[in-house]
Design a protein around this ligand. Structure first.
Ligand SMILES: Nc1ncnc2c1ncn2[C@@H]1O[C@H](COP(=O)(O)OP(=O)(O)OP(=O)(O)O)[C@@H](O)[C@H]1O
Ligand SMILES: [Mg+2]
Ligand SMILES: [Mg+2]
Length: 618
């Protein structure tokens, strides 16, 4: 039956899709290009085949700026709205229900590839530019126009698939997936259905991939990736209430990859962690334009529940070798990690409600808006037959050479798991797993770069003071994340507000015990507020340097305490409770200005006066 596409077509027509004529006139229509067979045997072939548009270099910067702007807006919105979304109220018997019903989730992630051109035309990819400014004839399905596969789009796609541990297919091909909607001028999307370019990957979630630092399954969780395919994006519809829909074709045919996981996820938190990790991996290998916050990544979640401990293998649904599954529904177009988690919880609970009351879950496509309590039906789920898949006769297969795959594999940047292993290694940086993954996630990696600069500065500045070197990584982590992080709480991160050298200089004074912790915080706040003087100058001007006590001052202070506390002295000397010396050390420290009393020196002086054996060296 063609029921769903026809319904979709009617809906589309009734909404009177509209293309602004002046925008179309202004559109820079590209010349026709004929379909050409493509054989990518070497990396160089990709780069010599067609030079990228001249504005390629500022492209990443524009995106980064746009991400920053967007984050700023989001923060402002979050601050002004008191009502944040909350997942559906958990009923009291929720634990019992979840003991009875098992959730299963499979995820499809669509990611916009970081390419200079569209998938099948020479038009530039764009973001935040005037509507319909980058549109080739093929992009709007102009009669007679032909696809021209842009071979360089393969590079980020292959990088992404390799980072997701996939097998790259030597031969892949493109197919047409038919459905009618206003944002897709050809009436079909070009995708890879029969022969995707990458298969059989996996993603591993470690405890550090969870915000709590704990994985629900305790150990690592491996989620299979069925395949990664290349496909076209659709146009953007701009709704102008009550009944106008404007279409911006800049996005149409922007190259996407669709990453399809196996239905092997059984927990909403794991699903969220999986999408978050995919996003991190794709960003690390520079495969995508932007994260979810900019619409560069969208997730569809497929949700089903089944009764635990039943032999459902014969009766249940099957997907790519996974049997005995419940009926899935699909929630489309989720644009944040929170939406992924909340939508799955809401949909799981809705399905359990239906099944517990004797009903049947229908295969549907559903929608979710942040803050709502339940998913909403959009349409019945289209199936293979509705889509009338067929190989695209205008596009020749893509052949990828082993040499190119090997080159891309060998030049992948360090992935987050390896980076975290290095950051938590006590011999190298010694951060906690949580701090290490926070550093990786923050500010598009800018915070990590900043941290590494601080550490590098400190390592060379303190080379004459080796006993501090082991603490440099951890101390710098605390200052970059906690102290500086707190100052940036309500502001956009910027690495120039307090330069890495200036922060490192503050930490250096602290590690050399030349200033107190309180002074260090004060200096940081002053630099943050714009004090342009070098740290050393501020310390001199403010007479902030610690003045160490003389041996004579230590002895006076200790002697006074011993005279004032004869009972404690008795305990120590006569009852041999030597540990109580520490009480005197504590008193000496708290009675003097912060940082002026060195606990080691104080104990040495005290033991001397009390005629105790010297301290054991550790
Ligand atoms: N019973 C099920 N329960 C939960 N998830 C499932 C179930 N069956 C399949 N899935 C998941 O649904 C997703 C199916 O994606 P796939 O792209 O193969 O098909 P599709 O959803 O029909 O395609 P599209 O949405 O792109 O048109 C996979 O992530 C898979 O793991
Ligand atoms: Mg899919
Ligand atoms: Mg789907």
């Amino acid at each position: 039956m063609l029921a769903s596409p026809i319904r979709t077509a009617r809906q589309a027509l009734s909404k009177r899709p509209y293309i602004c004529p002046s925008c179309l006139r202004k559109a820079k229509l590209q010349p026709l290009a004929s379909a050409q067979p493509f054989v990518a045997r070497s990396y160089r072939a990709l780069h010599t085949s067609a030079g990228p548009p001249s504005n390629d270099a500022p492209f990443r910067k524009l995106l980064k700026d746009a991400v920053k702007r967007k984050k700023k807006e989001e923060r402002a919105t979050a601050a002004s709205s008191s009502s944040s979304s909350s997942p559906q109220q958990t009923p009291k018997n929720q634990d019992l229900r979840l003991e009875k019903w098992e959730l299963t989730v499979g995820i499809e992630v669509h990611a916009e590839l970081n390419t200079a051109r569209k998938l099948f035309s020479g038009a530039a990819t764009s973001t935040g530019e005037a509507p319909n400014a980058h549109v080739a004839l093929f992009d709007i399905a102009f009669p007679g126009s032909q696809p021209h596969f842009q071979i360089e789009t393969l590079v980020p796609a292959l990088r992404a698939a390799l980072a997701l541990n996939c097998r790259i297919q030597q031969k892949s091909s493109f197919d047409r997936k038919h459905y009618f909607y206003q944002d897709q001028p050809a009436g079909y999307q070009i995708t890879q259905y029969y022969e995707p370019f990458a298969k059989d990957g996996h993603i591993t979630l470690y405890p550090h991939d969870f915000p709590s630092g704990v994985s629900p399954d305790r150990g690592p969780i491996i989620i299979g990736i069925k395949q990664v395919q290349m496909e076209q994006d659709t146009a953007k519809t701009v709704h102008q209430p009550p009944s106008t829909h404007l279409l911006d074709f800049n996005r149409v045919s922007h190259p996407l990859i669709e990453i399809i996981t196996l239905p092997q996820i059984h927990n909403p938190t794991v699903a969220a962690a999986c999408v978050r990790k995919m996003q991190t991996i794709l960003k690390t290998v520079n495969a995508v334009t932007a994260g979810m916050e900019m619409g560069g990544l969208r997730a569809d979640v497929n949700v089903s529940v089944r009764q635990r401990n039943t032999q459902a293998a014969d009766t249940g649904h099957t997907y790519h070798g996974v049997t005995g599954l419940g009926q899935r529904t699909e929630i489309k177009n989720l644009a944040s990690i929170k939406a992924v988690e909340d939508a799955i919880i809401a949909e799981r609970d809705r399905q359990i409600d239906i099944l517990e009351s004797g009903g049947v879950v229908e295969g549907e496509t559903r929608g979710w808006t942040l803050g709502s309590k339940t998913t909403k039906r959009l349409r019945g789920k289209e199936g293979e037959i509705d889509y009338r898949y067929m190989p695209d006769p205008d596009i020749t297969p893509v052949i990828v050479g082993k040499e190119m795959v090997a080159h891309l594999r060998n030049t992948l940047p360090m992935l987050s798991d390896d980076a975290i292993t290095m950051l938590v290694d006590v011999q190298i940086y010694g951060l906690t797993p949580k701090d290490a993954s926070t550093l990786l996630l923050l500010d598009d990696g800018d915070r990590l770069d900043y941290y590494l600069d601080v550490v590098q500065y400190l390592r060379s500045a303190l080379s004459d003071y080796p006993e501090t070197l082991a603490r440099v990584g951890k101390t710098a982590g605390n200052w970059v994340l906690m102290e500086l992080g707190a100052l940036f709480k309500n502001e956009e991160w910027s690495d120039s507000r307090v330069s890495s050298d200036q922060l490192a200089s503050i930490i250096e004074y602290l590690l050399r015990k030349q200033i107190t912790g309180r002074t260090a915080k004060l200096l940081l706040a002053m630099k943050f507020e714009g004090d342009a003087r070098p740290v050393g100058q501020i310390i001199t001007d403010g007479d902030m340097m610690l003045k160490p006590l003389s041996h004579h001052e230590y002895t006076d202070m200790a002697q006074k305490l011993i005279e004032e506390n004869p009972n404690i002295v008795k305990d120590i000397v006569e009852k041999h409770r030597h540990q109580k010396v520490k009480w005197f050390v504590g008193q000496m420290m708290s009675n003097s200005a912060e940082g002026t009393v060195e606990p080691g020196t104080a104990e040495m002086v005290l033991r001397n006066l009390l005629e105790l054996p010297p301290m054991q060296s550790k």
